[in-house]
Design a binder for this molecule. Structure first.
Ligand SMILES: Nc1ncnc2c1ncn2[C@@H]1O[C@H](COP(=O)(O)OP(=O)(O)OP(=O)(O)O)[C@@H](O)[C@H]1O
Ligand SMILES: [Mg+2]
Length: 332
């Protein structure tokens, strides 16, 4: 019984088998594990959804498998090579060789029952519903901000200007000038905030125009250079798709600036006969897409938003950058 015989047996084992070292580098995978996950030997084993969300104290280990006494059996969601999460039952064991090298052996398989998948579906529906309600609420707040609070501040601003004509005392005049400056700043902030909350032009003039307006604001606010190429011609996406893509671009830009410290961002939208293709490229520091240390909700919501309109979103990035986010949305 040689090594080939053993490999054949392992490849046909009814579970996916993965062996990784303490740095989570994969040393062995049987064929079933490769089929299930698309990972390869040499890849770094990605953090599961549970570990990504774990609160750490000090320099604590992010991965529960690296603990001295790891859980022997658990169910979790792991990203496949495309970044989509799948549910797995995981069994683990630790093996320390006489030379001191320690390896983790993982047996992966998909849950027999559909209970986990049903739960995932319900969670997904809830996320989508929450995002829909959020959009309605954002629209309402944007309207209130613009029409009500914005108008009130403008009335006060006019009042202050009127008072200036009746004052001769330079001390009060200076006070009024300061108030005027603050009020102008507040009016600008309100405008910017209401546009971020719900870009009106998106409803009236469409995605390209809304993008141009947003880019002008982002350039001023963040001091970052943008290059925009929007060629949708007369291909109208349905309104919901335009809004979802606009939100994806907002989050992509926020992440590029906040996490990547990008100085230049390119946004391209191009339509062909059947779909709209988009890409957002930033020249920031990049990140390891398959091994996220901190996850918020941004990337997850971007994926959900695209799924809602039957489109997709993918990330192409590495430490050192650049980062490219791309995908497509089919025309109805
Ligand atoms: N363009 C990017 N450049 C560099 N790192 C990025 C970029 N986009 C995402 N990341 C990394 O991916 C992680 C997850 O992003 P995500 O948007 O999901 O969460 P967040 O921005 O940290 O929080 P939230 O979006 O919920 O406010 C970020 O913390 C960051 O480390
Ligand atoms: Mg984010």
């Amino acid at each position: 019984m040689d090594g080939l015989w053993m490999k054949t047996v392992l490849d046909h084992a009814p579970v996916g088998i993965v062996v990784m070292d303490e740095q989570r580098v994969i040393h062995f995978m049987n064929e079933r594990a490769q089929e299930m996950t698309n990972w390869r030997t040499g890849d770094t084993f990605p953090h599961c959804l549970y570990c990504q969300a774990r609160e750490l104290t000090g320099d604590g280990e992010q991965c529960i498998l690296a603990l001295d006494d790891p859980l022997p059996v658990f169910q979790t969601q792991l990203p496949n090579h495309d970044g989509d999460y799948e549910i797995y039952d995981v069994r683990t064991d630790k093996l320390t060789f006489p030379d001191g090298n320690t390896y983790m052996i993982l047996a992966l398989h998909r849950p027999q029952s559909t209970q986990g998948n049903d739960q995932l579906k319900v969670e997904r529906l809830l996320v989508r519903e929450t995002m829909r309600v959020q959009e309605v609420e954002r629209k309402r707040i944007a309207r209130e901000l613009h029409d009500h609070i914005g108008q009130s501040v403008y009335s006060i601003f006019l009042g202050v200007q009127g008072m200036k004509n009746h004052l001769s005392d330079p001390k009060y005049m200076n006070h009024l000038r300061t108030m005027e400056t603050h009020l102008e700043q507040t009016m600008d902030d309100i405008k910017l905030l209401s546009k971020e909350l719900r870009p009106q032009v998106l409803d009236s003039l469409g995605l390209c125009k809304a993008l141009q307006v947003a880019v002008t604001d982002w350039q001023t606010t963040y001091g970052v250079q943008f290059e925009v190429d929007c060629e949708i011609f007369n291909k109208e996406l349905f309104k919901d798709a335009e809004l979802q893509l606009f939100r994806v671009m907002q989050e992509a830009v926020r992440n590029a600036i906040r996490h990547g410290q990008a100085r230049h961002i390119t946004i391209r939208l191009q339509a062909d006969e059947t779909s709209l293709r988009y890409e957002i490229i930033d020249n920031g520091q990049g990140f390891d897409v398959h091994n996220l240390r901190n996850t918020g909700l941004g990337l997850f919501h971007m994926k959900e938003r695209m799924k809602m309109v039957r489109g997709d979103v993918k990330w192409d990035s590495r430490i050192g950058g650049p980062t490219r986010i791309y995908g497509h949305i089919p025309f109805v």
